[in-house]
Design a protein around this ligand. Sequence first.
Ligand code: ATP
Ligand code: MG
Length: 350
Amino acid sequence: MALIALLAGDGIGPEVTHEARRVLEALDLGHTFESAPVGGAAYRQTSHPLPPETLALAKRADAILFGAVGDPEMDGLERALRPEQAILGLRKALGLFANLRPAKMFPGLEDASALRPEVARAIDMVIVRELTGDVYFGDKGRSITHTGLREGHDLMRYDEVEVARIVRVGFEMAQRRKRILTSVDKANVLETSQLWREVVNEIALDYPEVKLTHMYVDNAAMQLVRNPGAFDVIVTGNLFGDILSDQASMCVGSIGMLPSASLNEWQGTCGLYEPIHGSAPDIAGQGKANPCAAILSAAMLLRHSLADEASAQRIEAAVIAAIAGGARTPDLGGTHSTAAMGDAVLAALQ
Ligand code: ATP
Ligand code: MG
C-alpha cells in the first residue's frame, strides 16, 4: 500500500485529476490519497504557491499525482509568487531532472491528428526532457542598456553532470525500445549544446547497440511533422523538450492525451506524474477537458513509482478501448464531457 499525494492545482487540474483518481480507486489497489493545495489555489489560501505543508506531503508520499498550475489572474504577481513557481520548486526540491513524455498514436484517433493518417499512424516515441536546468533555472534579470533600452536576459547553462545523467536516461530508454536515440541540440549556435553533444558522444561509447543521431532542434521540429515515425527516443534539454513535446502532442491528436513522468533517477521510485498540458484557463470549469492525459499519468505512476506494470497496462488498455469505442472530448472532435470520458474509461476497465 502506497501513499499518493494528490496535487490538483488550478484550472482544469482538479477536473482531470478527479477522473484519474476515480480510475485508480476502481482498481482497488489499496493505495491511500492525500490532497494538498498547489499553485494559484494554494496562493489564494496561504499566500504561497508551494506551501511548506504541500512540499512536506510531496516528500513523504510514495508518488505524486499532479494536475496543473497557472492562473491568468495572477500574471501581475512577482515571479516567486506565481503559480508556475510551484511546479518548478517541486522539481528542484525533489531533484526530478528526468521528464519522460511518451507520444504514441492511439488507434482510431488518426482523424484528430494534425498530420495525414498514414504519417500519424507510425508515431511511437518517447521524449526524454531535462527538467531542472537550462534557461528555466539560469540567472534571469532586467536591466537598462547604455542607450536607455529595456533589456532582459535568461542564462542558458548546463554542467556536464546535469547533461550526463539525462543523456543516460535517454540511452537506457532507447536500449529497452527500438534502440534509436536522437539527441536534439543547437550545437551550431549554442555553447551549452556543444557541451551537450560532447557528453552524448562520450556516453554513447557505453551503448554501442544504440543507433545515435545528433539533430539540430529546428530540423527536429521539421522531422517531427515530416516523418515522426522515424523517431524512437529523443533526448533533449529543458527548453527544446518543452516545445517539441507540445508539437508531438498535436501529431498524436491532442495535448489532452499525453502523460508524463518526472523522475529523480533512472528507474528511481520518487516521481511526479502529470499531463503535459497546463491549466487551460480557457476551458476550465466547463467540463470540457480531456482527462486521458491525467489518467495515463496515473498509469505511469503505477509503472514507475509503484512497480505495478500490470495495473498500468490495464489503465492504458482501458483508455485505448474507450477511444476505440468512440468516446471523444471536444479536443478530439467529440462531445463527451470530462466526467463522461472518465466513465467510458471506467466502463472499459471492468
Ligand atoms: P503551460 O504553460 O502550463 O504549459 P500552456 O500555456 O502551454 O500551459 P495549456 O494550459 O496547456 O497552455 O493549454 C493550451 C491549449 O490546449 C488551450 O487551448 C487548452 O484549452 C488546450 N488544452 C490543454 N489541456 C487540455 C485538455 N486536457 N483537454 C482539452 N484541451 C486542452
Ligand atoms: Mg505548454
